[in-house]
Design a protein around this ligand. Sequence first.
Ligand code: ADP
Ligand code: NA
Length: 329
Amino acid sequence: MDRIFSGVQPSGNLTLGNYLGAIRNWVKLQNDYECIFCVVDMHAITVWQDPESLRRATREVAAGMLASGVDPKRNIIFNQSSVSGHAELGWIFNCVARLGWLNRMTQFKEKAGKHKENASCGLYVYPNLMAADILLYKATHVPVGDDQKQHLELARDIAQKFNNDFGKEVFPLPDPMIFGTATRVMSLRDGTKKMSKSDPSEYSRIGMTDDADTIALKIRKAKTDPQPVPETVEACEDRAEAKNLMNIYAALSDLELKDVCAQYGGQSFADFKKALTEVAVDKLSPISQEMQRYMDDPAQVDAILHDGSERARALAEPVLKEVKEVVGF
Ligand code: ADP
Ligand code: NA
């Protein structure tokens, strides 16, 4: 069976972007693939994380997966730092990847901002660690949002260069799997930025644990233009914020953008936003209640992560042994 690896950073509260772009798809994939789902805490610390918040966010991400229907028996759910092979292979990949490759990564440029010399070294080599996450398990498929496509390309380049440098086909070249309408959920405040749990503006995102009033407020405040809902997909083109809200509606209701145009085209955004609030609350509130149940029982979440770590370690061990032999350790 083909093997999948995917991860979410515990760098804040899970967003609707994480749900629609990642976790929701994982629930479907667990039937057809051997899946490894990781809370990537080592990635999170590439920017400052308060230790207690990190611990809480790690459990919350796990709770988000569990509450969404990812089965911890059929899949491996664990946190990255508990399997040291990620760091070991990450270092080897630091020595395989070229500076020129990393210099092209757009996410570093976005996240490091104006003062690049103040960014952590970890933020810069983050894509090498991500390659290690995937290749430590020789995963063949990586479900990612559109934002991670470039990093996955880099993982393929690293796998290929490693195989070439050492003259042995150690690693498969992992393929991205990108899904449907919500491959890139955008910020509610700025249609050119992706919705992210690390965005400083609380109103830019809908959190998976936001209550109904908060969801309603954030959608009401979401940026739009004064025109009514576009009637065709083409008419959505220059209206990033409008299109984003419609895509979110489509994804939450298992529709296509064109269906939303047909259903709401010509109506006011005030009315459309009410409909959107309703589907968002309908979809998220059962999940958020279940997440709360897990968060009230941290020992249960920790036990699931611990069990997942042991199973992940068992898969990683032979790969790491092979890699070390090939490298000459
Ligand atoms: P964040 O930016 O919220 O910290 P992560 O880097 O932890 O997100 O990404 C976790 C997963 O969620 C990845 O597969 C990523 O592609 C997906 N993802 C994150 N934000 C979005 C978004 N706005 N739209 C679609 N998918 C997203
Ligand atoms: Na991120």
